[in-house]
Design a protein around this ligand. Sequence first.
Ligand SMILES: [Zn+2]
Length: 64
Amino acid sequence: MLQATPVLSACPDCSGALSMLRIIAGRGGAEYWTMRCVGCGGIHLDIVKPTAARTSGDAGDLRA
Ligand SMILES: [Zn+2]
């Protein structure tokens, strides 16, 4: 199972395109993405957490 992408790419209400309004830095490296639908004008907020998959994605351990 792939990690579900938390970032909305289309409006859940009208499937319209979302335009980025602003990105707010949150706690723990998370980001709050504020997006506005160009179709219905609805505001959608997404919490984008820091990419923790980076550690498990790379199989090789770095050894100096
Ligand atoms: Zn919409």
